[in-house]
Write a protein that binds this ligand. Sequence first.
Ligand code: KG4
Ligand code: ZN
Length: 366
Amino acid sequence: MIILGIESSCDDTSVALLDITDDHIEILAEKTASQIDVHKKYGGVVPEIAGRKHAEKIVPLVEHILEEARVTKPDVIAVTSGPGLITGLVVGVETAKTLSYLWDVPIVGVNHIEGHIHSVKIPNTKIQDTNKFPISNFKFPVLSLIASGGHTELILSKKQGEYERIGSTVDDAAGECFDKVAKLLGFDYPGGPKISKFAETGNPHAIEFPRPMIHSKDFNFSFAGLKTAALYWLRDNQLSASHTLSYELPAGIFGQTPEQPTINDFCSSFEQAIIDVLVTKTLNAAKKYKPKTVILGGGVSANKKLRETLQKSIEENFPASSFFLPLPKYAMDNAAMIAVAAYHHVKKKEFTLWQKLQANPNWKIY
Ligand code: KG4
Ligand code: ZN
């Protein structure tokens, strides 16, 4: 079955054509137009500009992948209908509705978080033989940590399509915290990848940052205090990356003495604080809910150290659980994950008539 995926909930206009059956997932064509260059001069995503850019790009992108895959029309359209920025969501949803009417094909409205959970199924080869890579169906219960610019959530699924939120951030999302602290350092948006690059050669124990809520009994997160601690540390130590180059700084620049932490140490210690909280909470949740499958997804799951640390911790502490990660490319927002998430809904004929489909910026799956 050929599914056209459409994703426009934030700052990526993404479309993908996938051929999905119970036995395989094949990416026929995919294309994403990133808006990062436009938004970075404002230090974050500007919703009104995002909407206009999505509107400019979406139809040419759909046309492009249909031509590339030599497909006249798909069997199903899968579109992110929420949560996300309303200015972006309406563009994807209205495009899906128009195409559904024009082609007479059904629509599945997909939740963006459900998309991130299913991103781990996307193959690293063009065709994925699910017999060799048997994650077309997860073993339940599934515990998912989804960490992105807009979300930090622990979600428990006891069966396909059922989701219970067992924890979430009470203030900033993990990716938002990375981005805000990166901005303090003078890095462009999105700052998460830049912090993790600098962190590679830093000392994670150089600065003792707080690990908010790490010992709380619940599975909630808080990152606002960490951001404030980072702000005060930078103010007190007069460290800034606004004039730095993208390679390791020798100690002694910007008023540092050789003994003082470098930018790399700062990034590494800050990254470590976020990772410690995310990993500890996920392990605590795994202890309580005994999942057969653990998933890490969302933009922050592109972070190499987080990927390695969580994988190792799950393998060591819960050897009976399977751990899945998206390929780094599919950690970020993309349309392929929306098509994959839609497949289960298609099988249950969970379609929405184009006349009824609406963008819902606050849609919760739990
Ligand atoms: O899932 P995503 O593409 O968009 C949302 O749904 O929010 O996530 C984007 C977020 C940004 O905050 C970005 O800084 C963060 O993911 N991110 C990272 C890394 N790569 C992307 N954070 C930390 N380390 C990374 N390597
Ligand atoms: Zn996302």
